[in-house]
Design a protein around this ligand. Structure first.
Ligand code: NAD
Length: 442
C-alpha cells in the first residue's frame, strides 16, 4: 500500500519503518527541520534499538522517504496516519494543537477519498473532531472526497518499539466504516497471522482503550510504590512480596516493580488527560488523583534517603548518579524521575556526577546547571563522589564491582532506586545499601 505518516517521532518513525519493511511504500511528513535533515541524511533523530538500521535499509530500497511537503506525500497515499505529539496542556488536558493543525492541513491537501488514521493518543471524541474539521475544510475547497477517520492507538514501548510493533499484543482499530476496517485489516495482516490480534471497536472505545491501558499500568506502579513504603516501615522486603503476590495469575509478575516512580512521555500526561476529561464530564477521579500523588511523592523518596544518610545538608557533597533516561534502552528523558532527583539534590547544594549510556545530551539540555556534571562512563561518575544512586536499570549497571565502588565512594553507600541488587551481598562488599521497600533498611 501507499501510506503517508504525519509526524516522524518515536511512534511515527517506528510505524513508518516497520510498515515499509513489510513492503509498503511510506512517506513520513516531518516539519521539524533538524529532524528532517537527520532523517534525509540516513540517520534517526533519537535512540531506539534496531530502528536506524531498519529505516536506512528501507530508505535505500525506495520504500521509505521523508518530506516536509504534505501534498506530495499524499499524492499516492491510500491511508494517512496522524502520529504527532499530544503533550499535556497547562490544565492537564491533552493539547490537541498538533493534531488539529495536521487535520486542517489534511483537509486542504487531500486529493481523493482517503482513510485517516489517528495514532496519536487522543481523548475520546477527538477522532470525530478530526473528521468534522477535515470535512469542513474539504467543503470549503469544494472537494467531493469522502474521508473516514479511524482510531488506531499505538501500544509500542520505547526501548523495544520495533519489536513491539512487529509483534503486537493487540491491534486496536476503532471505526464504524466497513471499507476503512477492510483496508486497515489488510495493512496489519503481516502482524496478525498466527492468531487474531485485531480488536475491532467503535471509534470512541478505541480512543479510550489507550488511556485505560496506560492508567492501569501507572496504577500498578503507584500501588507497588505505596506497598513498598509500608514494607519498609514494617520490616518486609517488597522484592519477596512481589514474587509471592505476582505468582497469582490474576496479578502476574509483569510490571510489578517498586522504584523511584514512573515517568516518560505517556503515563504522566495520559493519566492527567483522562482525569481532566472525566472532570469535563462531571466525574471525579479519586483513584487516578491518588496514583499521580503517590508518584510525585515517590520521585522524592531517594533524595530523602540520601539526605538522611549524609546529614541534613548536602552542601559540599557529591552524588554519583547512574541512569538519566526514564527507562533503559531509550534516550527519552521526558518526565524522567532522574530529573526530579537531580533538581532536588542540586537545590540542596550537592553536586551530581551523572552517567547515562545514551541520554546525556537530552539531560544536558533539560538541566543547565554548573552543579550537574555529565560524564562519559559509569566509573567516572563515582570519582570524588560520596554516594551512588542508580535511577535507570540499564543492563550495564546490573552487576557492578561493588568492592571497587566501596573503595571509591567516600561515604560508601548505594541508593538503589530500582532494587537491582542483593542488599546482603552489597553490604558484604563494604557498602551501605538503601533500596525501595526493602525490609528494615531505611
Ligand atoms: P514525538 O514528539 O516524538 O513526535 C511527534 C513528531 O511530530 C515530532 O517530530 C514533530 O515535529 C512532528 N509534528 C508535529 N506536528 C506536525 C505536523 N503538523 N506536520 C509534520 N510533523 C509534525 O511524539 P511521540 O512520542 O512519537 O508521540 C506521538 C503520539 O503517540 C503521542 O500522542 C503519544 O502520546 C503517542 N504514543 C507515544 C508512545 C511513545 O512511547 N512515545 C507510545 C504510544 C503512543
Amino acid at each position: 500500500m501507499n501510506l503517508a505518516i504525519i509526524g516522524a517521532g518515536y511512534v511515527g518513525l517506528v510505524t513508518g519503518a516497520c510498515l515499509a519493511d513489510v513492503g509498503n511504500r511510506v512517506v513520513c511528513v516531518e516539519r521539524n527541520t533538524e529532524r528532517l535533515r537527520v532523517l534525509r541524511g540516513g540517520g534517526i533523530p533519537f535512540f531506539e534499538p534496531g530502528l536506524a538500521e531498519m529505516a536506512a535499509h528501507n530508505a535505500q530500497a525506495g520504500r521509505l522517504a521523508f518530506t516536509d511537503d504534505l501534498p506530495s506525500a499524499l499524492s499516492d497515499a491510500e491511508i494517512v496516519f496522524i502520529a504527532v505529539g499530544t503533550p499535556a496542556d497547562e490544565d492537564g488536558s491533552a493539547d490537541l494543537g498538533h493534531v488539529l493543525e495536521a487535520s486542517a492541513a489534511l483537509g486542504r491537501a487531500i486529493p481523493r477519498d482517503m482513510v485517516v488514521v489517528v495514532k496519536s493518543t487522543v481523548p475520546v471524541g477527538t477522532c470525530h473532531r478530526v473528521q468534522a474539521l477535515i470535512e469542513e475544510t474539504l467543503r470549503e475547497r469544494g472537494a467531493p472526497w469522502r474521508v473516514s477517520v479511524a482510531s488506531n492507538p499505538e501500544f509500542l514501548k520505547e526501548g523495544s518499539a520495533v519489536d513491539d510493533f512487529q509483534r503486537p499484543d493487540r491491534i486496536v482499530i476503532g471505526t464504524e466504516d466497513a471499507r476503512a476496517l477492510r483496508l486497515m485489516a489488510a495493512l496489519y495482516a503481516p502482524y496478525n497471522r498466527n492468531r487474531d490480534r485485531l480488536i475491532h471497536t467503535d471509534v470512541r472505545s478505541a480512543e479510550f482503550t489507550k488511556y485505560a491501558s496506560n492508567v492501569m499500568l501507572a496504577t500498578r506502579i503507584s500501588l507497588m510504590n505505596e506497598l513498598a513504603r509500608i514494607a519498609e516501615k514494617v520490616g518486609a522486603d517488597i522484592e519477596a512480596v512481589r514474587h509471592g503476590a505476582g505468582a497469582d495469575p490474576r496479578i502476574g509478575h509483569h510490571f510489578l516493580y517498586a522504584g523511584v516512580g514512573y515517568g516518560g512521555s505517556c503515563f504522566p500526561k495520559d493519566i492527567q488527560a483522562l482525569a481532566r476529561l472525566a472532570a469535563d464530564h462531571g466525574e471525579s477521579t479519586p483513584l487516578l488523583d491518588s496514583v499521580q500523588r503517590v508518584n510525585e511523592e515517590q520521585k522524592r523518596v531517594m533524595a530523602a534517603k540520601i539526605r538522611r544518610h549524609l546529614g541534613p545538608s548536602l552542601h559540599g557533597r557529591c552524588v554519583a548518579l547512574w541512569g538519566l533516561a526514564f527507562k533503559p534502552n531509550t534516550d527519552d528523558i521526558r518526565e524522567a524521575p532522574s530529573l526530579a532527583l537531580v533538581r532536588e539534590l542540586l537545590a540542596d547544594g550537592a553536586t551530581v556526577r551523572a552517567y547515562d549510556p545514551v541520554a546525556a545530551d537530552n539531560a544536558r539540555r533539560a538541566i543547565d546547571h554548573p552543579g550537574l556534571v555529565i560524564v562519559p562512563n559509569a566509573l567516572a561518575a563515582c570519582e570524588g563522589a560520596d554516594v551512588l544512586t542508580v535511577v535507570t536499570e540499564w543492563r550495564e549497571f546490573k552487576s557492578p564491582d561493588f568492592r571497587g565502588l566501596a573503595g571509591r565512594l567516600k561515604s560508601r553507600a548505594i541508593f538503589d532506586g530500582r532494587n537491582l541488587y542483593d542488599p546482603e551481598y552489597v553490604e558484604s562488599c563494604g557498602l551501605a545499601y538503601y533500596g525501595i521497600g526493602r525490609g528494615a533498611r531505611p
